[in-house]
Design a protein around this ligand. Structure first.
Ligand code: 3H9
Length: 698
């Protein structure tokens, strides 16, 4: 027996304690250990029941994800589950912390289940591009009926113990030490004469309209295939024998195991956890953070203040006038009342946050005791420098001065203060209390404990924090500018913005780039184009058709007209006929004969532009690792999670193929399509972006 399972006897009960920290994932050694321990219990004289418990913080978090993609090793989990369920001994699971995926599947093979009130159960495999593969799709519907099982499996959501009890997933909820609770329950069961009760022997769940459910789930998944595939597996549980249903589940599970989506989603899972794990921060203690200052109470400043309040910080927000201060207070209260309505905070908490934890002031002196201050004022270097000058004068020594700029030079801002080591960029995404991404922009002089504090703040706010270096647009906006340009070029050459939006939504983006531009406001791009015009290379192609719309005061959704026309109160628009006219006029003046594009070519060019710029960002050290780019695009730019991020997408396509396409596009526009040196190097060395991630983790 492996040391992953501790076997102890308590009278006529054998306790199998799984000990595989941190979360008792079902690695080969755990599976083998459980198998051997079941053998031992069954051979152990006088043992009448087996109690399975987990050591540490969870029962079992599921299959060991690090084993996926490698050759499967025996005993396979479905076979182990069947072996546990078929035991002549009474098998009980006592669940605490999480029981997820294969962890819940093991519990479903026990004959009885007791859970702590704080326990959570779920089948989250769809988030890894999979379906439950050890009987979850066959056993759960036999306990709960088809619809609750489908809800749990297709959403992957975690269900709290009370709901699990109601649904019939667990038999009892009892508080106490999991082993003591489990032993007491097992003794009760033995005393009652309870017999093994295999879930597989329960009648199948009655049929529902499977095809309609499949279609609805497929649509909701926006291109993600695993949730819809799960519907077919649950259908098998209703229509087939248990054995045939298990075979069907296995077949579908193995099919998904071979997909790009599975690779992409597992990359996202591990990258999400690796992104904050920077070697340069090992052993660096962050500074203490209790009170946070925010300069500017517009949408961004109010969002940052809201996020900080919700995470337990005291907040001092500075505005220029009493009216602006009042408006800022209103915006923050509005955000918080959203949290109140969604049940995230209580009325009492709402009152404390808005009345006690938040101070809105027009005097910079109110900042004299904050530990960190984030400036979120107008994007203008002179304005920023003026603000930083005032902060430098009033903030206490050691206070971190952060700018929320989205493209300005943080080195220049830092140099304008007497404490450049305390200056950092903290680039939030709007709405800042909702969006998960935080770019931690490290300037030349930024002290490492200031960087560590940026990451600590991100963690406290529940953000995914990515380290970025200083350049125009940092990681995200710099890459965005490039792939947006690729889309603009395609419009000039003959693709319509609507075809491009549709092709990219079909690829998996939440919205296409032109719908996003309308939402963000066309004036932003217009201003950027004007800002960059003086430094533009003569070979750079920059469309101007949309500027004419801006000159007429049309800025997208907020004015009701942009690439699309928006009826009052409607989020979705219809194509604006003026766009085709403006584009045609520009094509005529440039002597361009428009050509058709396939959706496939649109996606390929857009993605190649993204990957090429991203490779430059990594090559220049603006992003430390390819996975930092992937997480930036995933959490800040609506990139489809099931592709894992643009770098993972490129690895899956094959870097030589991506480079070959970039080189072929360069034949038409050598200025825009200059291949990234890093991409060329990786192709020459036969390496991938993921190889770089792995090297960085060593
Ligand atoms: C499955 O079960 C398939 C079966 O149906 C069929 C099979 C045939 N494996 O998130 P944390 C690591 S699919 C390996 O930071 P938390 C994680 O990488 C599986 N490692 O902590 C991290 O490592 P590090 C279905 C795992 O408290 C460390 O544990 N199950 C696994 O915020 C701590 O994790 C899931 O999808 C794993 N299964 O959250 C559950 N899980 O410290 C996935 C975690 O080196 N896991 N690690 O960075 C989770 O949702 C969360 O990790 C959990 C803990 C809620 C458990």
């Amino acid at each position: 027996m492996t040391d992953k399972i501790a076997y102890t006897r308590h009278d006529d009960i054998a306790v199998l304690r799984i000990q595989n920290p941190p979360v008792n994932a079902l690695s080969q050694a755990v599976r083998q250990g459980l198998w051997d321990a079941m053998d031992r219990a069954e051979a152990d004289d006088g043992v009448r029941a087996v109690l399975i418990v987990g050591a540490g913080r969870a029962f079992i978090a599921g299959a060991d994800i690090t084993e996926f993609g490698k050759p499967p090793m025996e005993p396979h989990l479905p076979v182990l589950c069947a072996r546990i369920e078929a035991s002549p001994l009474l098998v009980v699971a006592s669940m605490h912390g999480v029981s997820l995926g294969g962890g819940l599947e093991v519990a479903l093979c026990a004959h009885y289940r007791v859970a702590q009130p704080s326990a959570r159960v779920g089948l989250p495999e769809v988030h890894l591009g999979l379906i439950p593969g050890a009987g979850g799709t066959q056993r759960l519907p036999r306990l709960t009926g088809a619809e609750p099982a489908l809800d749990m499996i297709t959403s992957g959501r975690q269900v709290k113990a009370a709901e699990a009890l109601e649904l019939g997933v667990v038999d009892r909820v009892n508080e106490g030490d999991p082993e003591a609770v489990g032993l007491a329950y097992t003794r009760d069961l033995l005393a009652e004469g309870a017999q093994p009760r295999p879930v597989s022997a329960l009648p199948a769940a009655p049929a529902i309209d499977w095809d309609a459910t499949y279609e609805a789930v497929l649509k909701k998944g926006r291109g993600q295939i695993s949730p819809a595939t799960a519907v077919r597996a649950v259908q098998a549980a209703s229509e087939m024998s248990f054995a045939d249903g298990m075979a069907k589940e296995r077949e579908l599970f193995m099919e998904l195991m071979g997909t790009d989506q599975r690779q992409g989603m597992i990359h996202a899972f591990f990258s999400e956890r690796a992104v904050g794990n920077l070697p340069e921060l090992k052993g660096v203690a962050p500074r203490e953070l209790k009170a946070v200052g925010v300069i500017g109470g517009g949408t961004m400043g109010a969002g940052i203040a809201t996020a900080a309040l919700l995470s337990g910080f005291e907040v001092v927000l500075i505005e220029m006038t009493a009216e602006a201060a009042e408006a800022a207070h209103g915006r923050i209260s509005g955000n918080l009342s959203g949290a109140l309505k969604r049940g995230k905070i209580s009325q009492e908490k709402f009152d404390t946050l808005t009345q006690k934890a938040l101070v809105v002031s027009t005097s910079y002196d109110s900042l004299n005791n904050v530990d960190l201050v984030v400036e979120a004022v107008f994007e203008n270097m002179d304005v920023k420098k003026e603000v930083f000058g005032k902060l430098d004068a009033v903030c206490k020594p050691g206070c971190i001065l952060a700018s929320n700029t989205s493209y300005l030079d943080v080195d220049e801002i830092a140099a304008s203060t007497a404490r450049p080591a305390d200056v950092i960029g903290l680039h939030f995404f709007s709405p800042a209390h909702i969006m998960k991404l935080l770019e931690v922009v490290v300037a030349k002089e930024t002290a490492s404990d200031v960087v560590a504090t940026g990451f600590a703040l991100g963690k406290a706010l529940g953000k995914i924090s990515v380290r970025a270096g200083v350049c125009d647009g940092f990681i995200g906006n710099r890459i965005l500018a490039t792939y947006r340009t690729a889309a603009d070029h395609m419009v000039l050459d003959g693709a319509s913005p609507y075809q491009i939006d549709k092709a990219l939504v079909n690829f998996g983006f939440a919205m296409g780039p032109f719908a996003v531009a309308d939402l963000a406001g066309l004036d932003i791009g217009w201003m950027t184009r004007k800002r960059k015009a003086p430094h533009r290379h003569p070979a750079e192609r920059v469309p101007t058709y949309i500027d004419h719309l801006c000159e007429d005061g049309h800025f997208g959704q907020k004015t009701g007209e942009g690439y699309y026309i928006y009826a009052a109160g409607k989020r979705a628009g219809v194509p604006n006929p003026k766009i085709a006219e403006l584009v045609a006029a520009e094509q005529a003046s440039l002597g361009i004969t428009p050509r058709p594009f396939t959706d496939e070519e649109i996606v390929r060019r857009y993605m190649c532009a993204m990957v090429n710029e991203a490779a430059k960002v990594v090559g220049e050290g603006i992003a430390r690792r390819p996975l930092d780019v992937d997480m930036t695009l995933l959490f800040g730019y609506g990139f489809p999670r099931y592709w894992g991020g643009p770098m993972k997408w490129a690895d899956i396509q094959g870097l030589p193929e991506v480079l070959a396409d970039i080189e072929s596009y360069a034949a038409e526009d050598a200025w825009f399509w200059q291949p990234a040196p890093l991409l060329k190097t990786l192709v020459a060395e036969g390496r991938t972006f993921d190889d770089m991630n792995k090297d960085a983790a060593k």
